[in-house]
Write a protein that binds this ligand. Structure first.
Ligand code: MLT
Length: 358
């Protein structure tokens, strides 16, 4: 498969660019022209307007983002259409719209004396294009794990509060680090049967959190950190901000995959790291840094099952289809296209993010 991928890429030359997320398996990433987190891959998309095809080795919302940031003539291809994101699926446009309307009833829609509106919606990159469009339409913005604090600052300059979706943990960990007290970050709960939200907690809210989470990062625990510290005295524990707050609090530091990568690169040789993020990245960092000891905090490792759905067979399949054969005309398979009625506003929210962090 590796040979077939290399051959197809060589034939396509600059006509095709392969983007790969840090969480992809190594046998896929070895063919990527750009490797990075979702923010870096969004920038990479914009840097190659010459490529006719952008093959996105990541998950569906990332390919949607690439489509939004590419030119109309470019085709964005997701090698396996089943590569979704369970966290992104935890917030849908109907539920968020319903929440928004209830918050508007509560807070009103008028700007305050300081020019700020009552609520700014902020969506994590891990969300559908429809939710990005919702943010674009309602004065909001997109964030990634590498710029969440910058984006929340942007939002608080324009709004008295934030509605943050879908990842409760990234929202809570980031707002907490910025000094927002926990009691001012209620989780949106419209269901009275499940306790509901009290009007007092919503009235004093600075950040209203959605109930989404990442099934990989949710697995990391404080007990794992305790064991790592017992077994490896002096270990540095770094976790991702999609981990629960108790885990982030117990770690030495936390940050996006790019943050983790740079922290390891900057450490003196001989450092031991316990890392709380997706296993493909942890294993790759361990292989790239033999001068350190690097292991995953979770001993029963749970990979990101949707990132795993891209494998070399799918990559070879879509690349060879682009090349075509003597018997078969070139073909674009698995194209991801955001509908026009969603694309305009979604792009606005994304461009606000790209402008908030150059
Ligand atoms: C992303 O933004 O790509 C993911 O949240 C992982 C990360 O880079 O932290």
């Amino acid at each position: 498969l590796g040979d077939r991928i290399r051959a197809a890429k060589a034939t396509l030359g600059d006509r095709a660019v392969v983007l790969g997320h840090f969480y992809q398996r190594d046998e896929v990433l070895e063919h990527a022209d750009f490797v990075g987190d979702s923010f870096q891959l969004a920038q990479a998309t914009k840097s190659r307007p010459d490529a006719e095809a952008i093959i996105f080795c990541g998950v569906h919302f990332m390919a949607e983002t690439a489509d939004l940031l590419s030119t109309p003539d470019q085709a964005v291809i997701l090698p396996n259409l089943a590569a979704g994101c369970s966290m992104a699926d935890m917030a849908d446009i109907d539920s968020v719209t319903d929440c928004w309307e209830q918050l508007e009833d509560l807070y009103g829609t008028e700007q305050g004396a300081d020019g700020r509106v009552p609520v700014i919606p902020v969506t994590y990159m891990n969300s559908s294009a429809a939710l990005k469009a919702f943010c674009g339409e309602h004065g909001g913005i997109v964030c990634t794990s590498s710029n969440a604090e910058t984006v929340l600052e942007w939002a608080f300059e324009r709004g008295e509060r934030v509605l943050f979706f879908p990842d409760q943990h990234l929202g809570r960990n980031t707002a907490k680090a910025m000094g927002v007290p926990l009691e001012r970050m209620p989780m949106w709960n419209p269901r009275k049967a499940l306790g509901g939200n009290t009007s007092a907690e919503l009235e004093s809210a600075q950040v209203v959190l959605w109930h989404g989470f990442c099934s990989v990062h949710k697995r990391f625990t404080v007990d794992q950190i305790t064991v790592a510290r017992q077994e490896h005295p002096g270990v540095r524990v770094i976790v991702h901000p999609e981990c629960p707050m108790s885990v982030v609090d117990a770690a030495d530091s936390y940050g996006s995959t790019d943050f983790i990568k740079k922290a390891i690169e900057a450490a003196p040789a001989g450092t031991t790291f316990a890392i709380g993020t997706e296993i493909n990245l942890v294993k790759r960092l361990a292989a790239q840094h033999p001068e350190h000891t690097i292991f995953c905090l979770d001993p029963v490792v749970c990979p990101c099952s949707t990132m795993y759905r891209i494998h070399s067979g799918y990559l070879a399949w879509v690349l060879e289809a682009l090349v075509g054969t003597a018997e078969r005309a070139p073909e674009i398979l698995n194209r991801i296209q955001v509908p026009q009625d969603v694309a305009g506003n979604a792009r606005i929210a994304l461009e606000r993010m790209l402008a908030a962090k150059p």
